[in-house]
Ligand binder design. Sequence first.
Ligand SMILES: NC(=O)c1ccc[n+]([C@@H]2O[C@H](COP(=O)([O-])OP(=O)(O)OC[C@H]3O[C@@H](n4cnc5c(N)ncnc54)[C@H](O)[C@@H]3O)[C@@H](O)[C@H]2O)c1
Length: 254
Amino acid sequence: MKIEGKVAVVVGGASGMARATAVALSEAGAKIAILDLPISEGAKVAEEIGHDARFLPVDIMDEQVVEAALDQVMETFGAIHIGVNVAGGGTAKRTISRAGPHPLDEFRRVIELNLVSTFNLVRLQADRMSRNQPEDDERGVIINTSSIAAFEGQIGQVAYAAAKSGIIGLTFTAARDLGSLGIRVMAIAPSLFDTGLTKLAPPEMKAALVDGAAFPRRMGRPEEYATLAKAIVETPMLNGSTIRLDAAQRFAPK
Ligand SMILES: NC(=O)c1ccc[n+]([C@@H]2O[C@H](COP(=O)([O-])OP(=O)(O)OC[C@H]3O[C@@H](n4cnc5c(N)ncnc54)[C@H](O)[C@@H]3O)[C@@H](O)[C@H]2O)c1
C-alpha cells in the first residue's frame, strides 16, 4: 500500500518505536492519529508532527474509549488504512517464587494489556478498514508488536511471553480472517530496543543485555522499527508473519 495520503493510527505513539513510526509515516505523507495514555507526551508529539496529526488520549485496556477514539479518527480524517499497535508491557515474576505461585491476577493483567487490547484494536481497526475503497485490491494493513520473548522467554517472563506468543497466533489467524477483505495483518518481534525503561539503563547494563546479539551488538533504535513498519505497509506480499527484529539475538534463560 502506498503511504502517501493514507490515514495511520499509531498506538503508543507518544514514545519509542511507535513515536518513530508516527514520524516516519507522516514524513511519507500519511495523516497520523496518535493513541496513547492521557499522561503521555502524545499531544506534544502530534504538535511536532504538524497539522495532519492528532492526539487521542486512551488507555488501550478500555474497550469503549478505544472504540470512541477510532470513531473520532474516522470523523476527523474519514478513514483508517494503517494500524500500528505498539503499546504494551510486562511484569517480572517466576511461575513460582519464594513468595508463592505467580499471582494469577497479574498474569491476567499482562494478557489483558498486550493480547486482549491488541485484539480489540485489530477487530475495531479492521472493521473501519473494511469500508475503504480498495487500492490494488487492498483496504488496509495492521502491524502488531510481539517480542523475541515470545520465542525464548527469559526466567520471570512467563506472563509476558504468553501474551506476546498469543499476538503471533492472532496475527496469522486474523490475516486469514481478513484476507477476503484485502486487509493484511503482520507483527514485529523486537529484541531489546533503546526505548522507555531500557533507555535509562547504564551503558554497562545495556552492553550485557545485547551480548548475545550477532551484529549489530547494540540495542535497536526506534527508527529501525519504523523502517520495517514502513516496508511492511509498502509490501503487499508480507502477510500473516511475525518478523524478528533482533540482530540474530536469542535470549538466554536469564
Ligand atoms: N523496548 C524493548 O526492548 C521492547 C522489546 C520487545 C517488545 N517491546 C514492546 O514494545 C512496546 C513498547 O514500546 P517501546 O519499547 O517503544 O516503549 P515506550 O515506553 O517508549 O512506548 C510505549 C508507549 O505505549 C504507551 N502505553 C503504555 N501502556 C498504555 C496503555 N495502557 N494505553 C495506551 N498507551 C499505553 C506509553 O505511554 C508509551 O508512550 C510493548 O508492547 C513492548 O512489549 C519492547
